[in-house]
Design a protein around this ligand. Structure first.
Ligand code: ADP
Length: 455
């Protein structure tokens, strides 16, 4: 690669030692190429500022842009998380509109575009992450940037019909077409993206799309985790804190940010339905649900919290006994090492989102298992992960009865079948390891044909 790698993402790690699969993968990519990482500073400022601030970096540069409180509300909580997030997760009913949201979103993107355009050379690779920056490539092109620009969208590509709920619907195809490589999680996402352009663009025989005088590629790069690191953390084993969890054969685990897309109420209902079908004297399975709060300033996130607390109370009220609570619901995050050990202890992993770009918890659960005595993954068909992880027990997250049956089947699954399924799933997890993923993405971008200037 002759130029630098420039990564743009909403969040930029501010700690010295990076943690988390994606952050580590990007950190490694940047360290190799001596690149530059641009993201939003976690602290807001009083008045909007142009330009970027240098953050301490080791091996590569880190630069941050600042948001005002108003911009955090309009760009981040508003347009990104109250318009685009529900839109892409098929919950247009939860979209909240305010004119200021789009204005803030576009203003922040314009400011980042100005800063990136001033820094980027024609040989650099600009790799933009996620739905916070959909118009950024178009704005960079308008400023004459000819460097290769890639997008990786971590969330589902929106369904064509849902896009009508976006006030910026007219501009959306132009935003996407300004990238050279549009990286998506799954083939289903690629199909949805192509569907958008079917009517208004030319689909080239080599798979690329020609729109507005430019050709660009749309490809699936399923993201994964740092598989070996996770497996190792899980194998270390737990301390005394594990003692109170009960027998592992009876333990189910769920780990999700508290988000309406994660299907938590239906998961609790399925657990309730499963328990309803148990006879007295049957095994006493329990669900440990870890769901740290997220985006609590957005109304829809407060509603889901209330609903879950009510449901857990109801189900526990119906089934609990003096020495047994069927649903334990922990409303906070846990250190990764502890999570890894919990995954390994639990006989069943419940990953049942209503919509999800990939879902890394599914991969973490599999990587954490003891291959000799692995647990069973129950996985929603609506998670991007289900496209390749077909040896999980796949369920429809809207079908409570089916999920209850899957819980039953998972708890009863014989060892030989658990091993066979785990082997197959582990292959998928290894194949999509986050280090491989980032190499695939960057290679595709480096090999993209040089874009022609717009116009
Ligand atoms: P999303 O990006 O929508 O939150 P993913 O499943 O793709 O969903 O990624 C979630 C990540 O956050 C995983 O790496 C998971 O381990 C982590 N995570 C989720 N819940 C917790 C928790 N309670 N404590 C610590 N980490 C968590």
């Amino acid at each position: 690669m002759s130029g630098r790698l420039i990564v743009v993402s909403n969040r930029i790690p501010t700690e010295d030692v990076p943690s988390g699969g994606l952050v580590v993968a990007l950190h490694e990519a940047l360290s190799e190429s001596g690149g530059l990482w641009i993201g939003a500073h976690p602290e807001v400022v009083e008045t909007a500022r142009d330009g970027l601030e240098d953050l301490a970096g080791n091996g590569y540069a880190r630069k941050a842009f600042r948001l005002t409180e108003e911009e955090r509300r309009s760009y981040y909580l508003g347009y990104a998380n109250s318009v685009l997030w529900p839109l892409c997760h098929r919950r247009s009913d939860l979209i909240e509109f305010e004119r200021a949201y789009a204005e803030g979103y576009l203003a922040v993107n314009r400011r980042v575009a100005r800063a990136v355009a001033a820094l980027a050379g024609p040989d650099d690779l600009i790799w933009i992450h996620d739905y916070h920056f959909l118009p950024l490539a178009a704005m960079l092109r308008a400023r004459g940037v000819t460097a290769r620009i890639g997008l990786f969208l971590h969330i589902p590509f929106p369904v064509l019909a849902d896009l009508d709920a976006l006030p910026e619907r007219e501009d959306f195809p132009g935003w996407i077409a300004a990238f050279d490589v549009v990286g998506l999680q799954t083939e289903a996402d690629v199909a949805r993206c192509r569907e958008l352009f079917r009517a208004e663009a030319e689909l080239l025989p080599d798979g690329r799309v020609r729109h507005g005088g430019r050709d660009f590629a749309v490809r699936a790069f399923p993201i994964g985790i740092d598989t070996e690191a996770f497996a190792k953390a899980a194998a270390v084993g737990g301390g005394e804190w594990l003692v109170n969890l009960g027998k592992r054969e009876d333990l189910l685990i769920g780990v999700d940010r508290l988000d309406y897309s994660k299907g938590l109420p239906n998961r609790f209902r399925a657990m309730g339905a499963f328990l309803d079908g148990q006879q007295s004297g049957d095994r006493r399975a329990s669900l440990l649900q870890i769901a740290p709060p997220s985006r609590e300033e957005v109304g829809a996130y407060q509603d889901i919290r209330d609903e879950l607390e009510r449901l857990a109370g109801c189900i526990n009220g119906r089934h609990a006994e003096l020495d047994w609570t069927p649903i334990r619901y922990i409303h906070r995050g846990l250190p990764r090492e502890q999570l890894a050990v919990l995954y390994r202890v639990a006989r069943v992993g419940l990953v049942t989102p209503l919509a999800d770009g990939m879902n890394l918890v599914a991969k973490e659960y599999v990587a954490a298992q003891d291959p000799e005595d692995p647990g069973v993954l129950v996985l929603s068909r609506m998670a991007g992960a289900a496209e390749a992880m077909t040896e999980a027990l796949l369920v429809n997250p809207y079908d409570i009865e089916e999920m209850a049956l899957a819980i039953d089947a998972a708890l009863a699954m014989p060892l030989a079948e658990r091993r066979r399924r785990h082997r197959a799933l582990m292959e998928v997890v290894r194949d999509t390891d986050v280090a491989r993923w980032r190499r695939r993405c960057i290679e595709a971008l480096a090999r993209a044909e040089r874009p022609l200037p717009v116009g």
